[in-house]
Ligand binder design. Sequence first.
Ligand code: T3D
Length: 263
Amino acid sequence: MTEPLVLQTTSGPVRTLTLNRPAALNSFTAQMHAELLPALDTAAQDREVRAVVITGAGRGFCAGQDLNDPAMVGAPGELDVGAVIERHYRPLATRVRSMPVPVLAMVNGVAAGAGANLALCCDMVVAARSASFIQAFIKIGLVPDCGGTWLLPRLVGRARALGLAMTGDKLSAEDAEKMGLIWSCVDDAQLLDKTMALAHKLAALPSQALAETRRALDAAAPMDFADAITLEANTQRTLGRQADFGEGVAAFMAKRPPVFKDR
Ligand code: T3D
């Protein structure tokens, strides 16, 4: 039997999805896409899952598109790369950014091309000190995809986004943290423990409010201040009717830890 290209493990409320093509640095084949998207859908539908972690097997996180995959590459002029994006990367990026629970990238090694931007699609990125991020697209004559053109300038500003995308240079995890591209860079030996601690912490928080936080921050970005406050009011109106709001307030008043259950 062939090994799955996406391993799924569960620890309490945390589902971990491990990209599993270590010999090719977990680069994306059509088959890996065909396993990752349903794995995310399953996690989204499972009400016991309250946080998802995406990571890679072996020494890499993900080297982006597998440039050898016959299902996705072809001679110049023969391949519709746009169709590859529409078929595989749009659904993937959209799924990650619309999950009903927080999604963490645990970046264990190099994250290149769409692999880097898959990580950046996640809500929080924790990277091992030895990991790196490479906007490799320019080296094969492409622009950043998997949401990179949208994400990069928002995360680090236009100047740095252009620098990363135009040079395709390797950025260390430490520098990625310093420039605000990722949440944190940790010692390699602590990557698993620190990421899992963060995932469990988020899993204990109100899931709907976490997902709405992501949605509101993204939606507010192109709005003016007044519209952003309208959005906040509407979101609070919805969340204020949820049991988790009542539980949070009751727990605060009773000086006890809250137990959030809405999902
Ligand atoms: O259809 C479309 O193309 C549209 C979609 C585009 C989305 C994209 O993601 S475009 C960007 C694609 N990715 C890249 O261009 C990155 C290519 N990889 C690299 O530049 C380097 O491998 C890394 C900088 C990521 C790591 O370098 P290093 O020296 O640590 O490792 P390595 O020796 O290059 O790679 C190890 C093995 O993985 C090697 O195989 P081998 O020789 O041991 O049998 C290498 O060929 C393989 N590998 C790494 N990346 C890919 C790959 N094989 C296929 N596709 C890859 N992307």
